[in-house]
Write a protein that binds this ligand. Structure first.
Ligand SMILES: Cc1ncc(COP(=O)(O)O)c(C=O)c1O
Length: 466
């Protein structure tokens, strides 16, 4: 823990925070009497708060971001060297790290060719939405403008991204939303019965589910649908991998109706799901847009990207005489060079330390440990995930699948925190379903880290549910 800060310094920082900082996603009333948590320092998998308390971070900086762990001097050095040389120039010009990072990223994404740099996941998704709208105007008389999004998926905090938001508690009180966004059913096999799909499982569920999406397309008119935007594994909506056979059918559907496929890899991208660099690559699909943020530079600098294939890119340069015929968009901080400098170094670390393999191994260990816990904790209804991206849904009854009370779920998170392990839970997401514990430890996790996390969860479940 940072020895440079005296007790007086810390108390000043806490006072300044309580007086002036508006924390994200936080009700501030409790801070009138208690203290907000302030994270002072991080090293590897661990962070320390203002009281000097050490935590094992099982959520990579709270929101699945610090994928290569804290305290990486090589990233800090790469960013420092780049900032001294050139911190910024608008993205209408190129930069050295921007070009080298784009080349490296594309080498991991066969079929994709162009990287549009922005500064947040929400913004990256909005770029794709804008491209879809512009393609509709250029090629379809403005008619193919609708964007399909999925129940339970999340694509960001800006108003257009929320218009594509499938989490009604996140969206509540922020409407009205942008027109032209249409919801399709989620793909959560565990809750197929809530969708009127009875007890269908596996391929049969995937088939019925994708058919339900097709029905939405036909009802809206296929010639009005520009794109389908999906998370490869739904994150904040409950950590939901799609059932077997889902993705090839989605690809087929998009081809059949000439719908562009937009995969939101903001959480899954750059290693989080193990073995592959991106979540969609587990399923052999060929997206038109891939958006990413969080883990791209592991939070060492802000960088997000909207990556497209050449088919999309070509549509923006086919008539250079037309003054409107290019992507007329700029993201000021999309020209910051710290982002690609940090991202390049992050990718080097992932390769040199074999973190994709480690993620697969440690993810399997975590799922196995949680499944073992479920034998002694009936409250665990379902364990699911891919790589180091794992959820455990808590239910009061395994037959009815009644969600556990969210206050008790929050108490499990708090008990883990008290025992020095930071875990997460779905939060103000789907009404009545804030009942999934979320785990996304850094890709550097060791077997001991994973065992420590799941043992602590076991103790917390015993304390809260007996
Ligand atoms: C799947 C997904 N897409 C987009 C976003 C938005 O990213 P940002 O917070 O960087 O705008 C998030 C954030 O949690 C996310 O989980």
């Amino acid at each position: 823990m940072d020895g440079n800060l005296s007790a007086n310094d810390i108390s000043h920082i806490v006072d300044a925070d309580r007086a002036h900082v508006w924390h994200h996603l936080t009700q501030h009333k409790p801070f009138e009497t208690g203290e907000p948590r302030i994270i002072i320092e991080g090293k590897g998998m661990r962070v320390w708060d203002q009281k000097g308390k050490e935590y094992l971070d099982a959520v990579s900086g709270g929101v699945w971001t610090v994928n290569v762990g804290y305290g990486r001097e090589s990233i800090a050095n790469a960013v420092r060297d780049q900032l001294v040389k050139l911190p910024y120039f608008a993205g209408s010009a190129g930069s050295v790290p921007g070009a080298l990072f784009a080349e490296k990223l594309i080498s991991k994404m066969p079929g994709m060719t162009r990287v549009y740099q922005t500064n947040s996941g929400s913004e990256a998704n909005e770029k794709a939405f804008k491209m879809v709208r512009q393609i509709s105007h250029k090629n379809h008389g403005g008619k193919k403008f609708k964007i399909l999004y999925r129940d339970r998926d999340y694509h960001g905090s800006t108003l257009a991204a929320m218009s594509a938001g499938g989490q009604d508690e996140r969206n509540a009180q922020y409407g009205p939303f942008a027109p032209g966004f249409v919801r399709v059913p989620h793909c959560m096999e565990y809750r197929a019965h809530d969708q009127g799909m009875g007890d269908l499982t596996g391929e049969a569920y995937a088939e019925a589910n994708v058919k339900a999406i097709e029905e939405v397309i036909l009802a809206e008119g296929a010639d009005t649908i520009g794109s389908l935007c999906l998370e490869p594994v739904t994150a904040g909506g409950g950590v939901i991998p799609a059932p077997e056979g889902y993705w090839p059918r989605i690809q087929e559907l998009c081809r059949k109706y000439d719908i562009l496929l937009h995969i939101d890899e903001v959480v899954c991208g750059v290693g989080r799901t193990g073995t592959e660099w991106f979540g969609y690559q587990h399923y052999g699909i060929e997206p038109d847009f891939v958006t990413m943020a969080k883990g791209v530079a592991s939070g060492y600098a802000a960088i997000a990207c909207c990556v497209t294939n050449e088919r999309v890119f070509d549509m923006f340069k086919d008539n250079s005489d037309d003054p409107l015929n290019y992507f007329r968009d700029i993201s000021t901080f999309g020209g910051c060079t710290a982002g690609p400098a940090a991202a390049l170094e992050c990718m080097r670390i992932i390769e040199d330390e074999n973190l994709l393999e480690n993620t697969t191994k440690m993810g399997e260990r975590m799922v196995n440990n949680l499944n073992a816990l479920s034998e002694s904790h009936a409250i665990i209804g379902d364990v699911r995930g891919l790589g180091l991206f794992v959820g455990a849904e808590l239910v009061t009854d395994r037959t009815s699948k009644e969600p556990a009370d969210e206050k008790l779920v929050a108490q499990v998170v708090a008990e883990c925190g008290a025992m020095g392990v930071i875990i997460g839970a779905t939060n103000r997401s789907v009404p009545g379903f804030n009942n999934t514990l979320c785990f996304s430890p850094a890709l550097i996790s060791t077997a001991d880290d994973i065992d420590n996390i799941t043992e602590t969860v076991g103790k917390a479940l015993s304390r809260v549910f007996g």
